[in-house]
Design a protein around this ligand. Structure first.
Ligand SMILES: NC(=O)c1ccc[n+]([C@@H]2O[C@H](COP(=O)([O-])OP(=O)(O)OC[C@H]3O[C@@H](n4cnc5c(N)ncnc54)[C@H](O)[C@@H]3O)[C@@H](O)[C@H]2O)c1
Length: 261
């Protein structure tokens, strides 16, 4: 069997659900052939099926080296050289001070180490020049969050990893960036707010200058931009796609502290 279709090739980790799935759909619509690397088999296979031969699902646990190797070899065999890697998979395992060593390992394995090892495995197959790597970070990478130690630490490290990787790969014409979403209407927040978007916007919107949650498509569009020629001089940086969350300080949107009046 020959390679399926034409066009650039993307691997999207965490692409089976939610924000990752929106990234998969957007890249496929933009002409990419997309390998969905995720542990959520039913969702991943359904998504690939809905897109057609331009997409495939590869069962991949980012904590397992053999899975990572198989993901890369199958992507290359099916679609050819790799133009784009988007790392959107994450573990929300946390527990703060109570987290065990195995919790820490699981969290960092998925959020940080798996991304580094996927890139290591894919490196010989990346398009040079021209490939683009995007790590999905988070507002949690840049601030303290009570009760959360694992996820924010992994995300902060991921942003740092993007910088070092950008320097190492720049001579090969490979760009590496991170993209840090604000709170985005996605599976975890849909569960938290019982699928009630107006309520979620009213509550979570207070933490975003734009006064609402982000949409997954807004994250996907920013990822597409970072992989486009429009971003040809952008490497080693973090793009905040957070509706102004990180622009706000403790005063938030207040002109003055209400207690002063
Ligand atoms: N939802 C938000 O508000 C928000 C905010 C900031 C950043 N983010 C980031 O956006 C990305 C997507 O988040 P989401 O909210 O859609 O979460 P999600 O839990 O819906 O998606 C995460 C995906 O990763 C997959 N995954 C988990 N463990 C894996 C493993 N070991 N190997 C491979 N895949 C694995 C899951 O199956 C799932 O499909 C994450 O990187 C997250 O940190 C989300």
């Amino acid at each position: 069997m020959g390679m399926m279709g034409t066009g650039p090739t993307a691997i999207v980790t965490g692409g089976a659900t939610s924000i990752g799935a929106e990234i998969v759909r957007s890249f496929a619509a933009a002409g990419y052939r997309v390998a969905i690397a995720d542990i959520a088999r039913a969702e991943g296979e359904a998504l690939a099926g809905s897109i057609g031969p331009q997409a495939c699902f590869l069962a991949t646990d980012l904590a397992v080296d053999d899975d990572i190797a198989r993901c890369v070899s199958k992507t290359v065999a099916t679609f050819g050289k790799i133009s784009v890697i988007i790392h959107a998979a994450c573990s929300y395992v946390d527990g703060g001070v109570a987290a065990s060593r195995s919790d820490w390992r699981r969290s960092l394995d998925v959020n940080l180490v798996g991304a580094a090892l996927l890139v290591r495995e894919a490196r010989p197959h990346l398009l040079t020049p021209g490939a683009s790597i995007v790590f999905i970070g988070s507002i949690s990478a840049k601030i303290g969050q009570p009760g959360r130690w694992l996820y924010p630490a992994g995300k902060a490290a991921l942003l740092q990893l993007a910088r070092s990787m950008a320097l190492d790969f720049a001579p090969s014409g490979i760009r590496v960036n991170s993209l840090s979403p604000g709170k985005t209407w996605s599976a975890p927040l849909q569960r938290k707010h019982e699928n009630n978007r107006p309520r979620a916007d009213a509550i979570e919107g207070e933490f975003h200058a734009l006064g609402r949650l982000g949409d997954a498509i807004e994250i996907a569009r920013a990822a597409l931009f970072l992989c486009s020629d429009g971003a040809s001089f952008i490497t080693g940086t973090d793009l905040a796609v957070d509706g102004g969350y990180s622009a706000m300080g403790p005063e938030r949107m207040q002109v003055q502290n209400p207690r002063a009046s």
